[in-house]
Design a protein around this ligand. Structure first.
Ligand code: PGA
Length: 260
């Protein structure tokens, strides 16, 4: 795992965007796994800026989002469909046909999940999967549990996730109780993983992810088993990690190599 610790959210966002832009130049038909939430918004802004300056081209890029709330119509302002168009897709030259987001409304749960996995496979697999992290260590909406699903599936959201995400909804009881999410298998199959975290409220989850046991109770800890993970986080999210002398030396050694 590589660790990049930045001074603040802006620097985290810029470094993540620069890295993705570099990869896009190497492979114009990049398959990107995308995340929602407050964490990647700055990165999307940076990528939009680079696109506006003519530095990057999304016309051949394919995207797969991690998750969506069950029951929300794509036009619902809090749906992840709406989020993605508002914060990213409407501002770049992505081909609409190349955008994939799990649907929040569907007839057959099994069909919709297996179709999503099938599409990822057909695309050749995800080149770079962007991840945020929940305060409880979830990635995508894979919540802590005694076991975790490999494939795309429907999950019951943990109470703390509902609580954390209620800030985006007018009323807490409007937060959907279920989501459709890529499973740990799809995430682990991504060729490269880029996890972003900022703020003190992510520090405990980051410490457990990096320094704790691999456990389904901290889904992000499974990333310890992935061969190509980079975590870019601000110093607040990294505060428990940098207290650990061993990890601090290890992380700074990686930083001096640069990312990418
Ligand atoms: P956040 O969410 O970026 O809004 O903190 C991250 C997550 O829950 O995965």
């Amino acid at each position: 795992m590589r660790l990049v610790i930045t001074d603040d959210y802006m620097e985290m966002s810029r470094k993540a965007a620069e890295w993705i832009a570099g990869e896009m130049k190497q492979k114009p038909g990049l398959v990107l796994g995308l995340a929602t939430g407050s964490t990647p918004i700055g990165m999307y802004k940076e990528l939009i800026e680079m696109y506006r300056k003519g530095q990057i081209d999304f016309s051949q890029v394919t995207t797969f989002n991690l998750d969506e709330y069950v029951g929300l119509h794509p036009e619902h302002p809090q749906s992840y469909h709406a989020y993605m168009w508002k914060h990213f897709f409407s501002h770049i030259n992505i081909n609409k046909e190349h955008v994939n987001i799990p649907p929040g409304r569907f007839e057959n749960e099994k069909d919709v999940c297996s179709r999503y996995d099938e599409k990822i496979k057909k695309s050749g697999g995800i080149d770079i999967q962007i991840l945020g992290i929940g305060r409880n260590g979830h990635i995508g909406f894979n919540e802590p549990d005694s076991s975790l699903s490999i494939k795309t599936h429907i999950v019951n959201l943990a109470l703390e996730t509902i609580e954390a995400n209620s800030r985006f909804f007018p009323q807490k009881d409007e937060v959907p109780k279920q989501a459709i999410t890529m499973g740990l298998g799809s995430i682990m199959e991504a060729k490269t993983i880029l996890l972003l975290a900022n703020g003190r409220d992510k520090a405990a989850a980051i410490a457990k992810t990096l320094m704790g046991k691999v456990s389904t109770q901290i889904p992000a800890s499974l990333l310890q088993l992935h061969p190509n993970v980079t975590m870019i986080m601000d110093k607040e999210a990294a505060c428990f990690v940098t207290e650990n002398k061993h990890v601090r030396e290890w992380s700074f050694a990686y930083q001096s190599e640069g990312i990418g």
